[in-house]
Design a protein. Structure first.
Length: 186
């Protein structure tokens, strides 16, 4: 089923929208949630919550890409669940590593919101990512949006894990310089 047809089902409040979404994007959403949570049951709950959130918040304008719309919902729900589960401790797994890797590039959210407009930071990071070569952009997005492990990225792209790690390290350094030049406090 095409995305436009699925969105139409949501707008018509037809319960088939959930089944169609699950059939087309269920594995995609579950992969995102599982990368963040590293727990099948929690990932499944987040995916189900994604369907409910999509049902309750389908925008007035059709989403440009339904996959991105659903992926963002899944990602946010998964990060929220992760934060709740690890509020008192630093957990293992990829998310702790991903967040640690980016701490040198971006200040704590509360500090950023206190000193600059958060939307400007988002625009600057988006602009930076768009300026990356395709292979660098793919690696960066897979690591920091989808929370894929370095080993998985290396395997899927036919690279050595050390090469992927070095690429991410260089990209983070460039991001830090870019944000500093744009006037953001790091």
């Amino acid at each position: 089923m095409e995305d436009g047809e699925i969105v139409r089902l949501y707008w018509d409040r037809d319960e088939q929208a959930i089944k169609a979404t699950s059939d087309k994007y269920g594995h995609y959403c579950k992969a995102i949630a599982n990368n963040i949570l590293n727990c099948e049951e929690d990932a499944e709950e987040c995916v189900n919550d994604t369907y409910l959130r999509a049902w309750n918040s389908m925008p007035v304008q059709w989403p440009a890409q339904l996959a991105t719309f659903l992926g963002k919902i899944t990602r946010n729900l998964s990060f929220n669940r992760y934060r709740r589960q690890h509020a008192q401790k630093r957990g293992g797994g990829e998310i702790a590593l991903v967040l640690d890797e980016l701490t040198d590039c971006v200040s704590d959210v509360d500090d950023v919101e206190g000193t600059i407009d958060r939307q400007e930071l988002i625009k600057a990071i988006d602009s930076f990512v768009r300026s990356l070569p395709e292979s660098g952009r793919r690696i960066f997005v897979r690591r920091y949006w989808y929370a894929d492990s370095v080993a998985q990225i290396a395997k899927d792209s036919g690279m050595m894990p050390g090469t992927v790690s070095k690429s991410l390290e260089r990209t983070r350094k460039h991001l830090r310089v870019y944000l500093t030049e744009m006037g953001f406090e790091i």
